[in-house]
Design a protein around this ligand. Structure first.
Ligand code: HEM
Length: 445
């Protein structure tokens, strides 16, 4: 018992010291925060008031509005201060270039921590390990391999010859799944259908295994992906609630005590088992030989589709924000951003820059005609990030989208059931339309 008292006192001392260290760090951040442009600060809670009682799509609107006001004042960065952390958002391509071009500031922001157990991999690595992993994975997305993936994209999205009732293949094909809604003239939210189709494609091409999510909505991997993502969203939402001064729920002990931790770990076990099982298959996997190279040639000619896809990613960037955690002080446009701050690179805000894109709310693919693109900084449009940590799968993603969209448009006339602004991007693991994508489909022939 007498031995326990010094241990207990030592633990309290360590706790107080670490708290004091955090307090000093925060004081330092606060000192810099008062010099960087941003919304007015409250004494203790900083900019917490901006986060109160907002849904995730309202967060995006709030960030856009604060960025718009800052740009009107001629500013190129904006900061938000929350208890314990400072987040700085560059507001145009030039300001972003400093961070994305840095070869040393490649540490991911502190808000990635909750994603780590699942998608830690390349996304969160740094230093030499990141370099070697990136080098190892890059060949998977080599141009020549994309040719081989073509048949997978096609088989996942094409209506088979002979009509829809004859589908006996192990894949349920996206257009086939959607056809029954065309037959019955029912409105369908196509978002989950496209999601499942993309999951099938990524599992077959990147992992070399078939999940058949389009057929089997109850596949354990699919359920674990959904479940784990929902848990992350839950925790993140509670994290924001904490910053809105409501009862503090974003707390690892409560998360564990309420049983969420166990549930999350169960999902994680399924995900990891699936990944390690498929890694074995993957070693021997060769993508199917493409007989559709000529088709591929056609895909390269879909110039207007390419403009429309870029404009869609401008307005609805699939990855709305990502972050770096500064290791050293960095000067951006004359403002010193201190080490320890998070820099948020936010396509969703950068792409809304009214000084670069006139009427930024308007959908206008012509903004991406070469002569228009030449007028902007190349980082004013960065849906796939930029610099040495850019998206490794971007060519794969674009090719995949083109094939899928071509099949959908060839098969159906698609009539949206919501006006353009009635479904808005909201934060999830990747962005998600707040009210889905409800459409009516009519078969073309
Ligand atoms: C429209 C689809 C996609 C978009 C908009 C997108 C966007 C992004 C963005 C913004 C990043 C940077 C994240 C950060 O720095 O925190 C990133 C990184 C990454 N993406 Fe994608 N991505 C897409 C599809 C894909 C696909 C299909 C794959 C693989 C099959 C992929 C693999 C990766 C990897 C491995 C990284 C980490 C790269 C590194 O840190 O070195 N992405 N992506």
């Amino acid at each position: 018992m007498t031995l326990l008292i010094p241990i207990f006192l030592a633990l309290i001392a360590i706790y107080i010291l670490s708290f004091y260290q955090k307090f000093l760090n925060y004081q330092r951040l606060k000192h810099y925060a008062s010099k960087i442009p941003g919304p007015p600060l409250e004494y203790i809670m900083g900019n917490t008031y901006l986060f109160r009682n907002k849904t995730s799509d309202e967060f995006i609107l709030m960030f856009k509005e604060e960025a718009r006001k800052a740009r009107e004042r001629g500013e190129t960065v904006i900061r938000f201060l929350l208890p314990g952390k400072m987040i700085v958002w560059p507001l145009n391509g030039k300001a972003v270039s400093q961070i994305v071009e840095s070869t040393t500031e490649i540490y991911k922001g502190s808000d990635y921590s909750m994603f780590e157990p699942w998608i830690g991999g390349l996304l969160l690595l740094t230093g030499d390990i990141w370099k070697s992993h990136r080098k190892m994975i890059t060949p998977t997305f080599h141009f020549a391999k994309l040719e081989g993936y073509f048949n997978v994209f096609n088989s996942e999205s094409k209506v088979p010859k002979g009509g829809l009732p004859h589908i006996t293949t192990e894949f349920q094909i996206l257009t086939s799944c959607l056809s029954k809604f065309a037959d019955s003239n029912e409105t369908v939210d196509i978002f989950p259908y496209i999601n499942r189709c993309l999951l099938d494609i990524i599992c077959e091409t990147a992992m070399g295994t078939k999940v058949n999510a389009q057929f089997n909505h109850d596949h354990p991997y699919l359920k674990a992906v959904k479940g784990y993502a929902a848990m992350m969203v839950y925790r993140f939402a509670k994290f924001l609630v904490q910053y809105s001064s409501q009862p503090i729920m974003w707390n690892p002990i409560l998360f564990w005590a309420l049983g969420y931790k166990k549930q999350q770990d169960d999902y994680l076990r399924i995900l990891k088992k699936f990944t390690s099982d498929t890694a074995l298959i993957r070693t021997n996997y060769k993508p199917p030989k493409s007989k559709l190279i000529r088709t591929r040639g056609d895909v390269n000619k879909l110039n207007y589709l390419e403009l429309a896809m870029k404009e869609s990613k401008r307005l609805f960037p699939p990855v709305p924000v990502f972050q770096r955690h500064l290791q050293k002080d960095m000067v951006i446009d004359g403002h010193t951003i201190p080490a320890g701050a998070n820099i948020t690179i936010a396509p969703v805000v950068l792409h809304d820059n009214h000084l670069v894109y006139s009427n930024p709310e308007l959908f206008d693919p012509d903004r991406f005609l070469p002569e228009e693109t030449a007028k902007r900084h190349s980082y004013d449009f960065i849906p796939f990030s930029a610099g040495i940590k850019n998206c490794i799968g971007q060519k794969f993603a674009v090719l995949n989208e083109k094939v899928l969209i071509s099949h959908l448009i060839r098969s159906f006339k698609i009539e949206p059931m919501l006006k353009f602004r009635e479904t808005r991007p909201c934060f999830e693991v990747v962005s998600k339309p707040s009210r889905g994508i409800p459409v009516k489909l009519t078969k073309r022939c």
